[in-house]
Design a protein around this ligand. Sequence first.
Ligand code: MSP
Length: 473
Amino acid sequence: MKKTYITTAIPYLNGKPHVGHAVDYCLADVFARYSRLKGDEVRFQAGADEHGSKIFKKAEELGVPVRELVDENANSFKDFIAKLGVSYTDFIRTTDDAHEKRVQEIWKRLEDHIYKAKYDGWYCPGCERYITDKEYKETEGVCPDHQKPYEKLTEENYYFRISDFKDQIKEAIESDELLILPEFRKLEMLKLLEESPDVSISRPTSQLTWGVSVPGDDSQVMYVWIDALSNYLTVLGYPDDEKYADWWPATVQFVGKDILRFHAIIWPAMLLGLGLPLPRTIASHGMVLINNKKMSKSIGNVIDPVDVLDKYGLDAFRYYFLRHIDTFADSDFTWEKYDDAYNNELANDLGNLVQRLATLAKKNGIKNVSLSNDYEFSKEYTDLMENYEFSKAFDLVWGKIQDLNKKIDDEKPWSLAKNGETEKLEKCMNDLIVGLLAANYELSPFLPDASARIFEVFDSEITPPETPLFPKQ
Ligand code: MSP
C-alpha cells in the first residue's frame, strides 16, 4: 500500500483560529481523503506552534501564565479542526516533552553547521523573523504584514550555515525534485535563496525564555522556527523511532505563501544537514481576504470561522473555502458572497438536482441504480488532483452537476413518463442517476458529509430527502 504523508503549517497559539486558518486544513484534508479513496495509507499531521516571543508577549499582555494561554488556544484549534471535519491522524504541540527532546537531538545533529556570532540587526516579532538591512530599508523599518516597527536586537546568537546547502537546495528546486507550487512562487524562492544569509537560530535567555533550551547551553533558547519546522519530523518519531522512515519524505506540505520562505530555504537546509530527503512537494496557498482587505485586528475585520460554520453548516463552509477560495491565489470572503454561494449554487445546483432526481425516481419506480464497483475517477479530475489544483478540480465536478441539471431540463423525464415511453424513461433516469453518483464520488473529498447523504438517498431503494439537503435561507 502506498504511504502518503501530508502536513499542515502549525499555527501560533497567540490567539484563536480565524477563517484564514481554515485553508491549510481544508486543502490537506481534500488530498488526504482523495488519497485514501485511491487506496493509499495516509498520515496527516496537524499541530500547534507554541514557543517564541510573540506568544510570550501575548500572555504578558493578557496577564495570564503562558502555559494557560497555549493550553486554551490549543483546545480552540483542536475543536475547530474537528468541526471542519479534518481527517488528521496526529496532532503535535511544540511544548510536548517528546517534541522538545527530539528537537534538541536535531540541533545536536546539525552542530557541524552551527556557529556562534553576534547579531546586530532587526527582528519582526509578528513574523518571528530576522530582517536584513536591505529589507529594513525597503520597508522603512515597518513590517508591511504587521504594520509595526521592527525591533532592534543586539545579541550573541547561534547561527545556521545556510551557505553549506545553497547549491543543493537550488538544484533540488530547479529540477522539481523539491516541487514548489505554484510555479511563480518557485521562482521567487530561487531568487530569495540567492540572497539568503546564514540565519540566527537562537535567542539569549536574557531576552526570551519561552523556548526549547539549546543543548549544552542553558543561556540560549532555540529560534522558534527551528523548533516549529522540526515538528514535521518529530511527530513521526524522528530521530529515536526509526519508523519515521516509513513516512518521510512528506508527499506534500501545505503552507501559506507568507511562510513559504521558511519552508523553501531553512527547512530544506535543515533536512540536508540531517542527511534526510527533501519533501516531494511544498504547495503554498494564497490568503483569504475580507472585502478584499487583509484580515486584521486593527481594521476589525477578523472573522471567526465558528460563526461561518454555524450559519449553514459544514458542507457550506467547505464548499466556499475549497471552490471560491482559489487553491493558489488570494481570494475574497464576504458574507454576501457566502450567502450567494450557498443559495444559488449549493441549494440550487446540487440540492435541487438531488431532490428532483430522487423524487422522479421514486414516482416512477426506478431503483437499484449504482456506480460499478470498479468505477474510477475521471482522468481530467485525477490530473488536477495530482497537481494539487483543488479549486479547479472542484469547478470541474460542479460543471458536471450543472450539466446534469441541464440534461433533466432538456430530456424532460416527466414527459417521457406521461407519454408512457417506459424504456426511454428508464434509460434517461439511469444515465442521470449514474452521472450524479459519479460526480458525487468525485465530490466526496471536498464535501464528505453531503456526499455520504447523497449516496444514501440513491441507495438501492431511492428515497428523496424529507427536507432539502440545503434548505434555502
Ligand atoms: N506558526 C507559523 C507556522 C509554523 S509551520 C512550521 C505560522 N502560524 S500562523 O498562525 O501565522 O499561520 C498558520 C497558517 O495559517 C499558515 O499557513 C498561514 O499562511 C495561514 N494563514 C494565516 N492567515 C491566513 C489567511 N488570511 N489566509 C490564508 N491562510 C492564512 O505562520
